[in-house]
Design a protein around this ligand. Structure first.
Ligand SMILES: [Zn+2]
Length: 277
């Protein structure tokens, strides 16, 4: 994406037509030239719209297959404008702003687009959380009788990192982990959080390496009965976690009433379902 435009004027000049947007996607998709996904053939011709046909085997591949543009009925120019709107604003775009910029009829559509774009634009290691970040684990799944705390047999253990954003919660990252050991927790933290960020945890031993890894971590000694209660309002067409599922599975063993930086009510950010894989 090195040749992505640097300002609005460049952007407008560059992506004013469907053909220009398509050409850009083609270059992203096949930076070294076309390659047939079926036979590996290198010769192709455009069929119509976003399709390319392999000269060898006749297989038609779409430029947008597997991207957020797949199956879209909106022009690529509109999508590109949306990407520009979302990426060019320091504080991120709002759904209402996107609706205005794109002239979309419905707020719901703008909201869906915004979250689709945000999900698509997060790249591992390139968009790490920073500032003050709360990290905790939670179980995802049905209740298990007689099992407490971090022991579990059948439920999935999820680690969540949530960035503080004023009085609320900003971006979040999550991942399924096999257990709550430092070996499982630290790789996630290092990939999800910028070093130097202040990481709040409940002081579990699995977080002991934090300081050594460059994350200042004030220790919470807590026996609070009230959990953090992250309700995740997720809109994830590809199978996210519902607010109820997350809330129900949340292990009520951490959190420190009155301490700044603990997670309040609800998080209105998209989950990155790929990170569950
Ligand atoms: Zn082929």
């Amino acid at each position: 994406m090195e040749d992505y435009p640097r300002n609005l004027a460049e952007f407008e000049a560059r992506f004013s037509t469907e053909a220009a947007c398509r050409e850009y996607l083609v270059r992203l998709r096949w930076p070294d030239g076309f390659r047939c996904p079926r036979c590996g053939g290198r010769k192709d011709w455009p069929v119509r719209g976003l399709l390319r046909q392999c000269a060898g085997c006749g297989y038609q591949s779409s430029v947008t297959a597997g991207t957020i543009f797949q199956d879209t009925r909106k022009p690529l120019t509109v999508w590109f404008r949306a990407m520009w709107a979302v990426t060019s604003q320091k504080n991120g775009a709002s759904a209402i702003g996107l609706q205005r910029v794109l002239g979309l009829g419905s707020y719901d559509t703008a909201w869906t687009w915004l979250h689709k774009l945000r999900r698509a634009m997060v790249r591992p290691g390139r968009d790490r959380l920073s500032g003050r970040v709360e990290v905790d684990e939670t179980y995802w799944g049905s209740g298990e009788k007689g099992v407490r705390g971090r022991q579990t047999e059948s439920k999935a253990l999820i680690v969540i990192a949530a960035q503080e954003d004023g009085a609320g919660v900003g971006r979040i990252r999550m991942r399924r982990i096999p257990d709550a050991s430092a070996e499982s927790l630290m790789p996630f933290i290092e990939e999800a959080i910028e070093p130097g960020s202040v990481v709040h945890t409940d002081g579990w031993i699995g977080y002991d390496p934090l300081k050594r890894k460059g994350y200042p971590s004030p220790r919470h000694i807590s026996n609070a009965t009230k959990g953090i209660g992250v309700g995740v309002a997720a809109a994830s067409p590809s199978g996210g976690v519902s607010a109820e599922a997350m809330a129900a599975g949340y292990a009520p063993r951490c959190g420190q009433p009155g301490a700044p930086g603990l997670l309040p009510g609800r998080v209105h950010l998209p989950l990155q379902s790929t990170k569950f894989a």
